[in-house]
Ligand binder design. Sequence first.
Ligand code: 3PG
Length: 208
Amino acid sequence: MRNTIESLQNSPVIAVIRRPPQDKMLDIAEALLAGGVKHMEITMEKPESADLIQQVKEEFGDRALVGAGTVLDEPSAVRAIHTGADFIFSPNLNCDVVRAAKRYGVTSIPGVMTPTEVVSAYEAGADVVKIFPAATLGPGYLKELKGPLPHIPMIPTGGVNASNIQEFIDNGAVAVGVGGSLMDKQAIEEGNLEKLTQNAKTLFSGLR
Ligand code: 3PG
């Protein structure tokens, strides 16, 4: 657990890989790694999602932490954990999902918005909370939350890009989750995966 948080402190980005084409998964992961990404979340929205996590772990597990995202229920959490997921990320708080992660010693990152939800998630055993939807709430909202809750690590996610990443970090984020700014769907369809490497470099260039 500590390792995941330490790793995020050193490289504060989790790439959100949503519905990747199965046959391009390893190339997508390699392109992101080339751009400096060290944490990847593969969303659990397809029957093959857990297999993809396993493949990326096997191929790149020595260079990146690989977790499961959009984990909405306990069976999905357990499936992902059994394939080797390093962390369990969700858009919402489901205590069964948090408990499953804790049961197996995997980092738990449920999604929350309000102060009450942040504290409920932490009390339920979350190691970190995902603040969602981050850009809609704004970096200032994170700063306000961290005022009374400085001890709870937070990962704002949703609408984070090169222009606002530093402000989220300055306002107390341990890391950020980033989907759209990295994962150019058209480039992926066209097999232009260098675009993902460029996007990652652009994102990291937003960090001082
Ligand atoms: C997601 O669940 O897809 C994340 O919130 C990523 O959001 P983004 O695409 O706006 O970065």
